[in-house]
Design a protein around this ligand. Structure first.
Ligand code: FES
Ligand SMILES: [Fe+2]
Length: 372
């Protein structure tokens, strides 16, 4: 993993020259990022090479970061610029602080923390180019293991269900499909088929797959298909297609149990950040803020689902009638009934972020099963 260029923070998190340094957790190790007086971003090991004070507490000034303990000052390349408690210049010239190659592109700061002789070329993504207003970058620090996020996010079969308001907007209001054709709720997946066939092709960068779904009959009665192609660029990136723009998603491990997810929306038009926060479910300040990018979800707050209930209605799911491909969200009465019958039929498979008791509960006049 360390043999790749990895995102370490957004450009916004180092908003101006000499701003406060930022503590970084990456691959189980601790670093500090800062932007020097000339605007250059740098990444050093968090703990000062002198007596291990945290440089995240340091001061950024005069093109370097100064440790608050004995005032040693380091440049973005690790050069020791000053050692106030050690006057002999020859001393500091003998050493260098552990510093790592850093690039800034696409509204993100990237670093390489692998062996110097194995450093790969810096990669290029489409969103690096073009006007900055056609790109939005979000960082979401999540209490989850990297692989679960990477694998779960890559599996297409959750998309039309978990993200039904965005991806399959007619789902709740069957039989009439009411696609939302606004720029933000792009309808790349506005079909009823939630059990895609997946075809995978291996590539040099990892793989890409086509998720094939049956679409509605066209006016002349012929069958239509939805084919959604997703690129999976190992080890962190996937490119999610929508009709009007794309999401580039990077899952970057902080450690075994925490992951920084970077979501980049990029397209031919400019975006409204507030609206996009709504699309991504980041508009509840209690659960996520631009300030620290921490996603405050847990089992205790039901992963934010209950508080978002009014907005999304996605508290539980049921299949209304066996044999018919009809889905709808539980209304209040259904939900109460379902919660009162937690011992009923159980969830089969799937990875929905709702409790098993609700998801699999029997509904009026139907079975409790669904497919993924
Ligand atoms: S610990 Fe940083 S200068 Fe001494
Ligand atoms: Fe998803």
């Amino acid at each position: 993993m360390r043999r790749y260029w990895l995102p370490v923070c957004t450009s916004e998190q180092l908003p101006k020259p000499d701003c406060d340094p930022l503590r970084i957790r990456l691959l189980g190790e601790r670093f500090v990022a800062f932007r020097d007086t000339s605007g250059r971003p740098g990444l050093l090991e968090e703990y000062c090479m002198h007596r291990r004070a945290s440089l995240a507490l340091g001061r950024v000034e005069d093109n370097g970061i100064r440790c608050l303990y004995h005032g040693w000052k380091f440049g973005v390349d690790g050069t020791i610029q000053e050692t106030p408690n050690h006057c002999d210049e020859r001393f500091r010239k003998r050493f260098k602080a552990p510093a790592f190659p850093v690039r800034e592109a696409g509204g993100m700061v990237w670093a390489y923390i692998g062996p110097a002789d194995k450093q790969p070329p810096f990669q290029k993504y489409e969103f690096f180019d073009g006007p900055a207003e056609n790109r939005l970058v979000f960082r979401i620090n999540r209490p989850a293991n990297y692989l679960q996020l990477f694998e779960g996010g890559t599996d297409s079969s959750h998309v039309g269900i978990l993200h039904c308001n965005l991806a399959n907007p007619g789902w709740k209001t069957k039989p009439e499909h009411v696609p939302d054709t606004s720029d933000y709720a792009s309808v790349a997946l506005a079909v009823d088929d939630n059990a895609p066939d997946i075809e995978i092709e291996h590539t040099e960068y990892g793989y890409h797959y086509a998720a094939k779904r049956t679409g509605p009959r066209s006016e002349n009665g012929t069958e239509t298909n939805s084919v959604r192609v997703t690129a999976v660029i190992l080890p962190t990136c996937r490119i999610i297609p929508l009709t009007r723009y794309q999401f580039f998603v990077f899952e970057v491990p902080q450690d075994d149990v925490r992951t920084s997810t970077y979501v980049v929306a990029h397209g031919p038009q400019s975006f409204d950040r507030k609206k996009m926060r709504g699309v991504l479910g980041l508009d509840n300040e209690r659960l996520w803020s631009e300030k620290d990018c921490e996603y405050r979800v847990s089992e205790e707050n039901l992963f934010g689902q209950r508080s978002l209930e009014d907005e999304y209605g996605l508290v539980g799911l049921k299949r209304a009638r066996a044999g018919r491909r009809e889905h709808r969200c539980l209304n209040g009465a259904d939900r109460r009934a379902a919660q009162g019958d937690a011992g009923g039929s159980r969830r089969r498979g799937g990875s929905l972020a709702a409790s098993p008791a609700r998801v699999g509960a029997p509904s009026r006049g139907g079975t409790g099963s669904f497919r993924t």
